[in-house]
Design a protein. Structure first.
Length: 360
């Protein structure tokens, strides 16, 4: 008898349609394929993700992604032993498309179905990529998420803090927009910032004066807007150097806030095995360097999974599904799609809902 298990993961909670095949054997797992179809082009004209457009695109593309993932894995669909699917939190139309597709597949193949929390997918990724042992600290920073999670098990998360308004990626995107830089904003702001002086504009470090690990990025974006308007009023326009200086100041402020709040999140937790990051903003090099230093100052390894597994993908859903399945959990055909699904059921819900949907 073998404990080999081949699991197909599906993700469709925001603006990426993704499928992945993961093969687990013993304690190890091999990612056989992971495909993602993004929708940036479909939403570009609207300044944010349009839920109806996203849902339709997911419904159209899910079958195709499954076909591609299975083909790239070099297996037959009939070899799949279980289906894992994001059942929330996210934009309800997209989540529903994924859950319906997964139910059809599970029923057709006669295999178990596992509903996965999207945030658990992100939070458990360091175990897939680096085999990190529980408990560890996870900082999720993307266009839709921003929270510190203490991860004690596949279904044991404690949220130590999070944003009370915008997610950092959202702030990067808005800052790029108001400075006339291309989307997605993160990479263009990082590139411009490399030529800038972070000290020319004094931007706030929101909520550092407040205890705990909650964060706020909305006021920072407004401060950039005011500084831009002041430059335009004074000079009659913006030069490239002004843009670079503003980007550098903004990036430094985000870096300082995330570093200080990480320090606080790590404090008083001597049992942690590592400090991990995930989400698109974790691609930011100056931020990574700063967070790596914070981890080192606590004598902890810093874990940053490769970017394709940090941003939205289905490999993380397959892995989280595998962890849940091994812990004895699976779902029936009554699995519900949940727009909101906080990982930590004890901490109070966060306020704020950004362009990428509800922040659980
Ligand atoms: O995780 P992700 O691909 O999607 C979700 O939000 O779920 O993250 C996308 C976000 C965007 O807001 C993008 O501007 C930001 O991550 N981002 C970055 C960088 N690369 C992507 N932010 C800062 N620096 C970067 N290099
Ligand atoms: Zn995500």
């Amino acid at each position: 008898m073998t404990d080999r298990l081949t699991i197909l993961g599906l993700e469709s909670s925001c603006d990426d349609t993704a499928a992945a095949v993961l093969r687990a054997e013993g304690n190890g797992a091999e990612l056989l394929s992971s495909v993602v179809s993004g929708q940036t082009d479909l939403h570009a004209a609207y300044g944010g993700v349009v839920p109806e457009i996203a849902a339709r695109a997911h419904a159209e593309r899910l079958d195709l992604m499954v076909e591609q993932a299975v083909a790239q894995a070099g297996i037959y669909l009939s070899e799949v032993d279980a289906i894992a699917v994001t059942a929330g939190p996210g934009l309800i139309g997209g989540v529903l498309s994924g859950v319906m597709c997964a139910k059809g597949l599970a029923m057709g193949l006669g295999v178990p179905l596992v509903g996965v929390n999207h945030l658990a997918g992100h939070a458990l990724t360091p175990r897939l990529t680096d085999g990190v042992a529980f408990p560890y600290l996870m900082l999720l920073v993307s266009g839709g998420h921003c929270q510190f999670l203490r991860v004690d098990g596949p279904d044991a998360f404690t949220r130590l803090g999070g944003t009370i308004d915008d997610a950092p990626g959202e702030a990067f995107d808005k800052v790029a927009k108001l400075l006339g830089l291309p989307q997605p904003g993160g990479p263009s702001v990082e590139q411009a910032a490399a030529q800038g002086n972070p000290l020319r504009f004094a931007l706030p470090r929101p909520l550092l004066d407040r205890q705990g690990c909650d964060m706020s990025f909305s006021g920072l974006k407004t401060a950039v807007l005011r500084a831009r308007d002041a430059v335009v009023a004074e000079q009659g326009g913006m030069r490239e150097q002004d843009r670079a200086d503003l980007c550098a100041a903004f990036q430094a402020a985000v870096r300082d806030v995330l570093s200080e709040k990480s320090r606080r999140a790590l404090a008083g937790q001597p049992d942690l095995t590592g400090f991990a990051v995930a989400g698109g903003v974790a691609a930011n090099q100056p931020l990574r360097t700063a967070l790596e230093k914070v981890a080192a100052s606590h004598d902890l390894p810093f874990i940053a999974p490769p970017l394709r597994l940090c941003t939205d993908n289905a490999a993380m859903i397959a892995w989280a599904g595998l962890e849940a399945f091994r812990a004895g959990r699976s779902d029936g055909m009554d699995l519900a799609a949940r727009p909101r699904w906080p990982l930590d059921r004890t901490s109070p819900a966060l306020i704020g809902s950004g362009k990428k949907g509800a922040k659980a």
